[in-house]
Design a binder for this molecule. Structure first.
Ligand SMILES: O=C(O)C1=C[C@@H](OP(=O)(O)O)[C@@H](O)[C@H](O)C1
Ligand SMILES: C=C(OP(=O)(O)O)C(=O)O
Length: 431
């Protein structure tokens, strides 16, 4: 159980290039493996989760080499994968597990998945159900959990269905299966979720039509290798954007951050709360737009977050709760029951940990009500705990920067799941 000691900050200044986007890094390995030719990916995120996806394809015989933060993949196509010698360990990564269920749903050999204690509690039936409807044969623990086995399978049928959860992971798994199905599939989302899979599919020369919330996918297996740079992860930039907002006398440039509009909801929420930031140097010529976000400290006011916006900010809600503890008024977050099935029950872990610092938070089945502002300082304990959840650990590190007391973050290495260099990056911008 490792610990990090974090003190009150005086200000954050300078420029930070945040690490590559986690969602895009996962997908870049998948499309690189499925394409014909050599794919070269720069600014790949070497975090614990993305390394799981990379190792999974290596285990299926895909040649992948690593040099600095560059990954080179020699694609083999859906038909060139080889039977892995051992069950695949997917660690803590929901994205690897759910997307690979779709990618591997029509292979001539069985594949077994397992993961850590947290991943083994996360629901997989939301993917297994629809994939089974297409003809995949997946046997999971209690029908819903890891460990699981995907049986050898020769055939997938096309489907027309509503994706049962507002989840990019479920949607993406079904897209990968639809690419291998006999016939044309139509998938309708109940809310717009991050669209990195659709964008990357087109980037690699594939075709996917979108009409409102409905995607139409024809069978395809001819993808063309690409060379590109992964933009900075908005969800990682968000920790520094909030830190620079809350710590007085700060001005921070977050350079080359992904600005895909299915991911920028956090900036919309900050803007409604009165945060002071601007966006510069926007590059929208590539499949995924990026630009610089320059944040200056400011006072915040309460807001409400609910409905269709939730999917866009799903990973940033712990941070929105922290922002709300420092904002004037009552912030209400609703329609976010999905938080209960992330790496931890993030409604409970956010409330438990921020209450240790004096925050006034009520929990609801689908969200939280936060009464602000409250000065954060040690009330019940100077130890805050990530609960093994990277986003909770990172949020608490930002809370420590604005707290009057020095805090110890326990189980701090959980942050390696999405942001292994967080503390080095923080050192670089602290006054
Ligand atoms: O598709 C993805 O890369 C992700 C989708 C989201 O999960 P859901 O789609 O299950 O909500 C998000 O929470 C996760 O961090 C990454
Ligand atoms: C929920 C997350 O990731 P995953 O589902 O891939 O474990 C996350 O990164 O916050």
């Amino acid at each position: 159980m490792d610990k990090a000691l974090i003190a009150h900050a005086q200000g954050l200044h300078g420029t930070l290039i945040v690490p590559g986007d986690k969602s895009i890094s996962h997908r870049s390995i998948m499309f690189g493996a499925l394409a014909k030719g050599t794919t070269v990916i720069d600014h790949f995120l070497f975090s614990d989760d993305c390394k799981r996806t990379l190792a999974a394809f290596q285990a299926l015989g895909v040649p992948i080499t690593i040099k600095g933060d560059q990954v080179t993949i020699t694609g083999v196509g859906f038909n060139g994968l080889k039977a892995p010698k051992q069950p695949l360990d997917l660690g803590n990564s929901g994205t690897s597990t759910r997307l690979l269920l779709g990618v591997f749903s029509k292979q001539p050999f069985p594949i077994q998945f397992f993961g850590d204690a947290s991943l083994s509690k996360r629901p997989m039936q939301r993917v297994i159900g629809p994939l089974s409807q297409m003809g995949a044969q997946i046997t999971a623990t209690n029908n819903d959990f890891l460990p699981l086995t995907i049986a050898a399978n020769q055939k997938l049928d096309a489907v027309e269905m509503t994706v049962p959860v507002a989840s990019a992971q479920v949607k993406s798994a079904l897209i990968f299966a639809a690419l291998q199905a006999d016939g044309v599939s139509k998938l309708t989302e109940i809310a717009q979720t991050r669209d990195h899979t659709e964008r990357m599919l087109r980037q690699f020369g594939g075709k996917i039509d979108k009409d409102g919330l409905t995607l139409t996918i024809k069978p395809q297996n001819q993808f063309v290798a690409q060379k590109f740079r992964v933009p900075g992860d908005m969800s990682s930039a968000a920790f520094f954007a909030l830190a620079a907002t809350l710590v007085p006398n700060s001005q921070l440039r977050l350079a080359q951050v992904g600005l895909n509009n299915t991911r920028t909801g956090f900036l919309d929420v900050l803007s409604r709360m009165g945060a002071d930031f601007r966006v510069e140097n926007v590059d929208s010529k590539t499949a995924e737009a990026s630009g610089d976000v320059i944040v200056t400290s400011s006072k915040l006011k309460a807001t409400t977050v609910h409905g269709a916006e939730i999917a866009n900010v799903i990973d940033e809600i712990p941070l929105i709760a922290l922002a709300a503890t420092q904002a004037e008024g009552v912030t209400e977050i609703s329609d976010a029951a999905e938080l209960r099935v992330k790496e931890t029950d993030r409604i409970e872990t956010v409330a438990t940990e921020l209450r240790k610092l004096g925050a006034n938070i009520e929990t609801k089945p689908d969200g939280m009500i936060v009464h602000g502002p409250t000065a954060l300082h040690t009330v019940t304990s100077d130890q805050v705990d990530s609960h093994g959840d990277h986003r909770i650990g990172l949020m608490l590190a930002v809370a420590a920067l604005v707290s009057d007391s020095q805090l110890t973050l326990t189980d701090a290495s959980a942050i390696n799941v999405s942001y292994p260099n967080f503390f080095t990056d923080l050192e670089q911008v602290l006054d």
